[in-house]
Design a protein around this ligand. Structure first.
Ligand code: ATP
Length: 622
C-alpha cells in the first residue's frame, strides 16, 4: 500500500472509531472550555472509588449473611429430628418446618439482593475501564503505525473485558463468605465438640494453600490465552479484509496454514487454562470430601459410644451430633465457591491487564497522538469524569472559504530517521484559492494534507486555518469546517445514504444525503440498489463510484470552508477522472481547495501548484 493509501485508510479508520473519537474530542473541548473541571476531578475520583468499594463490600456482606442463615435452619432441623427420636409427635415438626421454610425464603431473598448489588457495583468499574481503553485508542493518530491492531482491540474491549465483570461481581462476595462463614461455623461447632472443630480446622487451610499455588499458574495461563486469542482475532480480521488480494495472488493455502497454526496455539492455551481449572476443582473436592467424611465418621462412632472423647468430657446428644453433621458441608461450601470463582479471578485479572495495556499511554515516545484528543490518565479518572458527550467547542470562524497558512513545518513519523516533509516547509494559501500539491511519490503530500486536517501535530512550526492556529484547543472545531477526500475511501457496510452522512448531524439527514448523492451522480446507483446494503469494504461499488461517494461525503458538509483531496483521480480512466475533476471544482465553489495529485490535467485546472521537493523551494504558477 502506498503512503497515500495508508493515510487515506488511516483517516477512514478515524471515521470508523467515530463515536469514541468524537467523545474524546468533545471531552477535550469541554475540559478546555470549563477550566475548573480538571481541578475538581481528583476529589470526585476518590469519592467514586470509595462508593464502588463500599457497594461491593455491602453486596458481599449481604451474601455472607444469607449463607449464615443456614445455621438457624440446621439447628431447627437437628432439634426437630432429635425431638422425633425422643418420641415427640409428628405435629411437633410443624413449627420447625415452618421456621426452616421461612428462613429459606429469607435466605433466597437476601442472596438475590446481594447478587444483584454485586453485579450493579461491578458494572461501572468495567464500563470505566472499557471507556479508558477506547479513549486511549481514539487518542492515537490514525497515521500511527504502532496503534493496536483493530481485531485485537475489538477482542479485548468487546469480548475479553466481560471477564472483569464476572471477577468483580463474584470473587469478592465469595472471598468475603470464605473468610466469615467457616469461622462462624467453627465457633458454633467447637462448644459442642473440640474434635469436630479440630478436624475442620486442619482440613480448611489446606484448601486456600493449594488454591494459591494453583492460582499463580492459572493467572499466567489465562494471560497467555488472552494474548493468543487477541493475536488470532487481529490476524483473522486483517486477512479477511484482504481476502481478494489473498485469493488473486494464490496465497489462500499459506494463510489457511498460518490461521490453523494460530488456532492450534489458542486451543493449547485454552486447554492449559481448563486443565488448571479442573485440577483446582479436584483438589478442593478431595479435601472438602475428606473433611466432611472425617467429621461424619467421628460423630457416628461417638454417638455409638466407640469414640467417647472430644465433647468436653460429656457425650453429644443426637440433635447436637446432627447439628455438627449438617454444618460440616456448609463449612466447606464457601471454600468450594471461592475455588469455583478462582478461575474468574485469573481470567478477570488477565482481562484487566489487557485493558490496562490498551489504556496505558505510550511512554517510549513511539506513539503519534491525535491532536485535541483526550489522553486518559487512569481508568479511575475515566470513572470519575462525566460522560464526555456534549456539544463540541464552538469555534468563531466566518462562514465561507478558509485561508491556510503553515510556517516552518517539520514532521518525522515515530521511529523514522528521515523527515516526511521538506525542511522548514511553509505555504500560504488564500481563502477561496484552488491549489495542487505536486511532487514525486513519498515527498510528503499526503502527510502535509494530514497535518492540515489535524490528524497529527507537526514537531515544529505552526499551522493556521482561517486565521486560527490549529492546536489542541480548537482542532475539533476546525475539523468540522474541513472536508476530506481520501484516495481509497473506506466504505462501511450499510446503505449508500448512511455511508454519506456517517452519523453526522444535519437538519434533515436523509434529504441532505440524497442531495449529496444526486450531486455526485450516484442517484442512479442508489436507485438501482434500491436501498440495499453495500458490502464490507465497498464490495458492490466500482472504484470510480467509491470515489464519487467520497465526494458526496465532502459535499454533505455544507459548513466546510476547506476541501482537502488526496489523489482523487489516481487509478481512474480519463473520462471518469475528468468527471471527478469537474465535481471537485464544483465542490470548491466558495471554498478553498488543496489537492495532492500526480495528474497534470487536474493540476492545470487549479489556480496554482506547489511543488514539494526537499531541494527546491515551493514553486508557484498561476
Ligand atoms: N503512517 C506512516 N507512518 C510512518 N511513515 C509514513 C506514514 N505515512 C507515510 N510515511 C512515510 O512518509 C513519507 C511521506 O509519505 P507521503 O504518503 O506523505 O508521501 P506522498 O508524497 O503522499 O506519496 P504518494 O505520492 O506516493 O502518495 C514516505 O517516506 C512514507 O514512507
Amino acid at each position: 500500500m502506498t503512503a497515500t493509501g495508508r493515510v487515506a485508510s488511516a483517516a477512514d479508520d478515524a471515521a470508523a472509531a467515530f463515536p469514541a473519537a468524537v467523545a474524546a474530542d468533545r471531552f477535550a473541548a469541554r475540559q478546555l472550555a470549563v477550566g475548573a473541571a480538571p481541578a475538581r476531578q481528583p476529589a470526585r475520583k476518590r469519592q467514586h472509588g470509595r462508593e464502588d468499594r463500599d457497594a461491593a463490600r455491602k453486596a458481599a456482606l449481604i451474601q455472607a449473611a444469607a449463607t449464615l442463615i443456614w445455621l438457624p435452619q440446621a439447628a431447627l432441623i437437628a432439634w426437630a429430628i432429635g425431638g422425633l427420636a425422643h418420641g415427640a409427635p409428628a405435629s411437633a415438626m410443624l413449627a420447625p418446618a415452618a421456621g426452616v421454610l421461612g428462613l429459606g425464603l429469607l435466605r433466597a431473598a437476601l442472596d438475590a439482593l446481594g447478587v444483584r448489588q454485586a453485579f450493579r457495583g461491578a458494572r461501572p468499574t468495567l464500563t470505566a475501564r472499557r471507556r479508558a481503553a477506547c479513549e486511549a485508542i481514539a487518542a492515537r493518530s490514525p497515521l500511527d503505525m504502532n496503534r493496536v491492531a483493530s481485531g485485537e482491540a475489538a477482542a479485548i474491549v468487546g469480548e475479553q473485558a466481560e471477564a472483569v465483570q464476572a471477577w468483580l461481581s463474584r470473587f469478592q462476595p465469595a472471598r468475603m463468605k470464605a473468610s466469615i462463614v467457616p469461622l462462624v461455623i467453627l465457633a458454633c461447632v467447637v462448644p459442642f465438640s473440640w474434635v469436630a472443630g479440630l478436624i475442620l480446622l486442619v482440613a480448611a487451610p489446606l484448601i486456600p494453600l493449594f488454591m494459591a499455588l494453583i492460582g499463580w499458574r492459572a493467572k499466567a495461563a489465562s494471560e497467555a490465552q488472552l494474548v493468543e486469542m487477541g493475536a488470532m482475532n487481529a490476524f483473522l480480521l486483517d486477512r479477511l479484509r484482504g481476502l481478494a488480494t489473498i485469493r488473486t495472488l494464490g496465497a489462500v493455502e499459506a494463510t489457511a496454514t498460518r490461521l490453523r497454526a494460530n488456532a492450534e496455539t489458542v486451543r493449547r492455551k485454552t486447554m492449559a487454562v481448563l486443565r488448571i481449572a479442573f485440577l483446582s476443582s479436584a483438589v478442593l473436592e478431595l479435601f472438602s470430601a475428606l473433611g466432611v467424611a472425617l467429621v461424619a465418621v467421628y460423630i457416628g462412632f461417638h454417638l455409638l459410644g466407640q469414640l467417647p472423647f472430644g465433647a468436653w468430657g460429656g457425650k453429644l446428644t443426637l440433635a447436637q451430633g446432627l447439628f455438627i453433621l449438617l454444618l460440616a458441608p456448609a463449612f466447606f461450601d464457601p471454600l468450594r465457591e471461592l475455588s469455583a470463582v478462582w478461575h474468574d479471578k485469573a481470567a478477570g485479572e488477565a482481562a484487566m491487564a489487557a485493558l490496562d495495556r490498551l489504556s496505558t499511554p505510550d511512554t517510549a515516545g513511539e506513539a503519534l497522538p491525535l491532536p485535541g484528543a483526550r489522553q486518559p490518565e487512569t481508568p479511575a479518572d475515566a470513572a470519575a469524569s462525566p460522560f464526555p458527550m456534549g456539544p463540541p467547542l464552538e469555534i468563531s470562524l466566518p462562514a465561507g472559504p478558509l485561508a491556510v497558512a503553515a510556517h516552518d513545518l517539520g514532521f518525522r513519523y515515530p521511529g523514522a530517521t528521515a523527515h516526511a516533509l521538506p525542511e522548514a516547509f511553509s505555504i500560504d494559501i488564500a481563502a477561496g484559492e484552488r491549489v495542487a500539491l505536486l511532487g514525486p511519490s513519498g515527498d510528503g503530500k499526503s502527510t502535509l494534507l494530514a497535518l492540515l486536517a489535524g490528524l497529527a501535530a507537526p514537531q515544529h512550526g505552526v499551522i493556521a486555518i482561517g486565521g486560527q492556529p490549529l492546536n489542541d484547543a480548537n482542532v475539533a472545531g476546525l475539523r468540522q469546517r474541513m472536508a476530506w477526500i481520501g484516495q481509497q475511501p473506506h466504505i462501511f457496510t450499510g446503505a449508500l445514504e448512511a455511508n454519506v452522512s456517517l452519523g453526522r448531524p444535519a437538519p434533515d439527514v436523509g434529504a441532505s444525503a440524497r442531495q449529496a448523492l444526486r450531486w455526485a451522480n450516484l442517484a442512479d446507483v442508489a436507485a438501482n440498489r434500491g436501498g440495499a446494503i453495500i458490502g464490507e469494504g465497498g464490495v458492490g461499488l466500482s472504484g470510480g463510484e467509491a470515489l464519487r461517494l467520497a465526494l458526496a461525503r465532502a459535499a454533505f458538509n455544507h459548513n466546510a470552508g476547506l476541501v482537502l483531496a488526496d489523489e482523487p483521480t489516481a487509478h481512474l480512466d480519463r473520462a471518469t477522472a475528468s468527471a471527478v475533476t469537474e465535481s471537485l471544482l464544483d465542490l470548491a465553489e466558495g471554498r478553498t481547495l488543496i489537492v495532492a495529485t500526480h495528474d497534470p490535467e487536474l493540476a492545470a485546472r487549479m489556480d496554482r501548484t506547489i511543488r514539494l521537493a526537499a531541494t527546491d523551494a515551493p514553486e508557484e504558477r498561476t
